[in-house]
Every structure is written in structure tokens, then in C-alpha cells.
Design a protein around this ligand. Structure first.
Ligand SMILES: Nc1ncnc2c1ncn2[C@@H]1O[C@H](COP(=O)(O)OP(=O)(O)O)[C@@H](O)[C@H]1O
Ligand SMILES: [Mg+2]
Length: 232
């Protein structure tokens, strides 16, 4: 067994748009080792979200192979995919998607409750993760009482609380100012170091992308990887 967290070969995705076929991905190859991070950049509509959704088992490729932790995810049933996501993957979106009627700690505990942990144990681990993202003192606040940057930190804590092998983030700082965006990328780097979590982050911002060590450009349905100049 190798230690690849992602291994994609010749991945393609064609959307049927009425009578038109829209070829979004045209043979994407990608290999990422456990603990590696990757930024994906590309113009709007180039297929970045589509690729993340396929990697996250939320959509299926038209052809080719996508393995997460050596598992061909398309071969799993829907129920198995849901369990696989809960055990191995975390998601962060541009908008935090927190449940507004629940506190920060309750939001972060949610994936653990789904996983079957007791309410007490889920709370203990959720508080621990909130501490790691620097928000222990905000644990009982509801999202409406938090700043945009703090909400994204809660969303990151929620994505990481199950200690997933891989976190997929779609424009996680698209809604934040530059200063808060930089803090989020610093936090991602910190969590990557301490937990060995792999991150794949879609962003428009090349400067932020550069902080992840590896950058891939999605262009005309293909992914071209280059190492960044960034030295941690
Ligand atoms: N469900 C869908 N049906 C038809 N076309 C889609 C669907 N989802 C996305 N597309 C098209 O696929 C292309 C890539 O979309 P997307 O992955 O969202 O791009 P990005 O995230 O890079 O902006 C776009 O042209 C978009 O309109
Ligand atoms: Mg998108």
C-alpha cells in the first residue's frame, strides 16, 4: 500500500446541458501524498468545484479513476460514500454553512455525533478543536455573534474534528478580507503540520495559493502542477 491520499487518472466530466455536451474535465491526473497540500487555481467556470465535488464523492466522473486513500470512491454505494466522507473527508466552503441556531461548539460537535460519539465525548473533542483554531473563548457563541473570520475558523474546526485524512476547501477565504484570509492560510498550515491533514484548496488568489507548497492550474479541462516558491 502506498501513502497516496488522492490518486486520479484520466478523470473526465461531461455535463449534459440540454442538447449540448459541456466537457469540463478532460483527463485530469493528480497524485497527492498524505500530508501534502495543494492549491487549485483557474478561471471561473474552469471546473474547480466540479473536481472538488468528484474528489469528495459528492459527484461522479464521466470516466477515469478517482481514488481517495486507495479506495475507488465511485465503486462505493451511496450509503458507503456517506460513511467514507464522515470518516475520511472534511469540507470547507466559501460560506461557512454553520447551523445558525446552534453554538460554535455544537456546530463543531455535529460530525462526531453523526459518527456515533456520545454527546459528552463529542463536546470534549469539539472544544479541543475550537482551541486549536484559537476560538475556545467563543465556544458558546452562535454564528451570528462571530465575525466572518471567526465563522470560517469554526467551519475549519468542524471540518477537522473527525481528524480526516483530507480536507477539501472551495474558496474558503472568498468572503474574507486579505488580512483574515492570510490568517486562515496560516491556520491551515499549522493544522497540516500538527495533524498531517492533507488540504486541497481552491482559490482565486495566487499569493494565498503559494502558501500551500504546491499549486495546480486547471485550464482547458487539464490540471498542470507546479511546486511553489514558498519556503515555510
Ligand atoms: N450540474 C451542472 N450541469 C451543467 N453544467 C454544469 C453543472 N455544474 C457545473 N456546470 C458547468 O461546468 C463548468 C465548470 O463549473 P465549476 O466546476 O462550478 O467551475 P469553477 O468552480 O471553476 O468556477 C461551468 O461551465 C458550469 O457552468
Ligand atoms: Mg467554483
Amino acid at each position: 500500500m502506498n501513502d497516496l491520499v488522492i490518486s486520479c487518472e484520466n478523470l473526465s466530466k461531461v455535463y449534459q446541458d440540454g442538447s449540448n455536451q459541456v466537457e469540463v474535465l478532460k483527463g485530469v491526473d493528480l497524485a497527492l501524498q498524505q500530508g501534502e497540500m495543494l492549491a487549485i487555481v483557474g478561471s471561473s467556470g474552469s471546473g474547480k468545484s466540479t473536481l472538488l465535488h468528484i474528489l469528495g464523492t459528492l459527484d461522479t466522473a464521466s470516466s477515469g479513476s478517482a481514488k481517495i486513500k486507495n479506495q475507488e470512491v465511485a465503486k462505493l454505494s451511496r450509503t458507503e460514500q456517506a460513511a467514507f466522507r464522515n470518516q475520511n473527508l472534511g469540507f470547507i466552503y466559501q460560506f461557512h454553512h454553520l447551523l445558525m441556531e446552534f453554538s460554535a461548539v455544537e456546530n463543531v460537535a455535529m460530525p462526531l455525533l453523526i459518527k456515533g460519539l456520545s454527546a459528552n465525548e463529542a463536546k470534549v473533542q469539539a472544544l479541543d478543536m475550537l482551541e486549536k483554531v484559537g476560538l475556545a473563548h467563543r465556544s458558546s457563541h452562535k454564528p451570528s455573534a462571530l465575525s466572518g473570520g471567526e465563522r470560517q475558523r469554526v467551519a475549519i474546526a468542524r471540518a477537522l474534528v473527525t481528524k480526516p485524512a483530507l480536507v477539501l476547501a472551495d474558496e474558503p477565504t472568498g468572503n474574507l478580507d486579505k488580512q483574515n484570509a492570510i490568517k486562515i492560510y496560516d491556520l491551515i498550515n499549522e493544522l497540516n503540520q500538527s495533524l498531517n491533514t492533507s488540504f486541497v484548496v481552491v482559490t482565486h488568489d495566487l499569493e494565498l495559493a503559494d502558501k500551500l507548497g504546491k499549486i495546480a492550474h486547471l485550464d482547458d479541462g487539464k490540471l498542470a502542477i507546479k511546486e511553489s516558491q514558498h519556503v515555510a
